[in-house]
Design a protein around this ligand. Structure first.
Ligand code: PLP
Length: 484
């Protein structure tokens, strides 16, 4: 593609995305299609002859853009938000233009240093001490995997990196601790790191879904006595189902006493640390050995960007560094050769979009938006609490409200399995009805075994109008489901 053709097509792409963002709210969030509907409209094999870019972009407008689930839509309140802000999108485009592969400094000097700067800006925005270094990965799942492998590497005498784990009967079996509410990515990390799912011990939670530290301490003692080799605890600030916050200071004290690695999963909740008055929720995370926060969740960053912070970069480097001859470069100063700190050799230039959007919004602009999401979630929580026939199923520390409809005739029958099944089915029907509206998209979870509707905010385009619409639809759906 010649530069002139690229300029023309690029102008059309900019226009396409700008008008998509402007038209978003006219689109149904969930496209009314069935699996296979899109695929059937494409030829079964690749084209033999070149096709004009105009035709390709026409097909994009016709077949692809309208048929995605619109994560950018302000009515998208399902899962956790993942929203691409304007400056973030522009940063992503510029990074694609440069195609800088951020393996090591010589290959990517400015990109490496922008990553160093941006990681440190985020650290400061989160109010964390300068002892933390870090880097970007694609997802929290991968950040937590790297943390688990580093934690394993930090076990004295284990040397799983070079010796592996199999055929070493002298070793106890490795054990990771997390709560019953911890994200499944920790179990996946255990699978990949040779710990296995059996090596993950899930500690019970209290009534507010927070890990019970006294049961953690007991579990570690019991496991040591039975020959297990405890090595890592994962605490979560903002769990996936209810956004609960584990008691990190108490967990950190146990980790210090037991000499265990503490990894804090703040993939969603971490963004709220940009709001100075919310920092008390993060008490103790500065004691962690590693922390993950996903800017692609609640910091308006196009997917993907996960921030992994670590206290001892040398442990990560020791755990992962392998530099064959073809990658050997003369060390030039103090810059990071990022490929030595993780699994990937080639790495995307993710820092550019963050560098752009942090400058564009400023610390105050980011904080104002996150603060507003939490304020709107508090308003919605108040309406739920005040509405007969609805109940909130968990506290609302951040921007996610967990609720459920309980009709008067079924209220107070906690122990009655039949009644609970009816309530679950009603709430499933309510969710289905709201989602069919096309205006609001919600997701669900189970809390204490009960079907629970989750409403999560995190889109800078969201206003109280959207929250009102969500609440009206929920109430209408509840009354239709109860009467029908
Ligand atoms: N940790 C928590 C608390 C999450 O809520 C999620 C996803 O929602 C993850 C980890 C996994 O995130 P990712 O999709 O970036 O791997």
């Amino acid at each position: 593609m010649s530069p002139a053709d690229f300029r023309d097509a690029g102008a059309r792409v900019v226009d396409q995305v700008a008008s998509y963002l402007a038209r978003l709210e006219t689109l149904p969030i969930l496209p009314p299609i069935q699996p296979g509907d899109i695929r059937r409209q494409f030829p079964s094999g690749p084209p033999l002859a070149p096709e004009p870019i105009e035709q390709i972009l026409d097909d994009y407008s016709r077949l692809i853009e309208p048929n995605i689930t619109h994560w950018q839509h302000p009515g998208f309140m399902a899962y956790f938000a993942s929203v691409a802000s304007g400056p973030g999108i522009l940063g992503e485009w510029l990074a694609a233009g440069l195609n800088s592969n951020v393996m090591f400094w010589r290959n990517a000097p400015a990109s490496t240093e922008v990553e160093e700067v941006t990681v440190d800006w985020l650290r400061q925005l989160f109010g964390l001490p300068a002892v933390f270094d870090g880097m970007f990965t694609d997802t929290a799942s991968v950040s937590s995997l790297l943390a688990v492998v580093a934690a394993r590497h930090a076990v004295p005498g284990l040397d799983a990196r070079d010796e592996g784990l199999a055929g070493r009967p002298e070793l106890g079996r490795l054990r990771i601790y997390c709560s019953t509410e911890t994200h499944s990515s920790v179990e996946k990390a255990a699978i990949v790191a040779g710990v296995g799912r059996a090596g993950v011990r899930r500690v019970p939670v209290d009534d507010d879904f927070r890990m019970r530290p006294e049961l953690l301490a007991e579990a570690i003692r019991e496991d040591r006595a039975a020959g297990w080799l405890p090595f890592c605890v994962v605490a979560t600030i903002g769990t996936t189902s209810s956004t609960s916050i584990d008691p990190v200071p108490a967990i950190a004290a146990i980790c210090r006493e037991e000499r265990l690695w503490l990894h804090v999963d703040a993939a969603y909740g971490g963004a709220a640390a940009v709001v100075p008055e919310m920092r008390p929720l993060f008490e103790g995370w500065e004691l962690a050995d590693s922390i993950v926060v996903n800017p692609h969740k609640w910091l308006f960053t196009p997917f993907d960007a996960s921030l992994l912070l670590f206290r001892s970069p040398e442990v990560f480097r020791d755990a992962f560094s392998l530099v064959p001859e073809y990658l050997r470069v003369k060390r030039e100063g103090e810059a990071h050769d990022y490929h030595e700190y993780g699994i990937q050799l080639g790495r995307r230039f993710r820092a550019l979009k963050l560098w752009m959007l942090i400058r564009y919004f400023g610390a105050d602009g980011l904080a104002a938006r996150v603060r507003e999401h939490c304020r709107m979630a508090q308003e919605l929580s108040g309406w739920v609490d005040a509405e007969p026939g609805f109940e909130r199923v968990a506290p609302t520390p951040f921007s996610t409200v967990c609720l459920r409809h309980v009709p008067a005739e079924l209220a107070g029958r906690e122990e009655d399995a039949d009644a609970q099944q009816k309530i679950d089915a009603l709430n499933e029907a309510i969710l289905e009805r709201v989602n069919r509206s096309g205006q609001i998209f919600l997701s669900h979870t189970r809390l204490r075994g009960r079907y629970t509707i989750r409403v999560t905010l995190g889109n800078p385009r969201q206003t109280m109008e959207h929250v009102h619409r969500c609440w009206t639809l929920l109430k209408e759906a509840a009354s239709s489901a109860s009467s029908g």
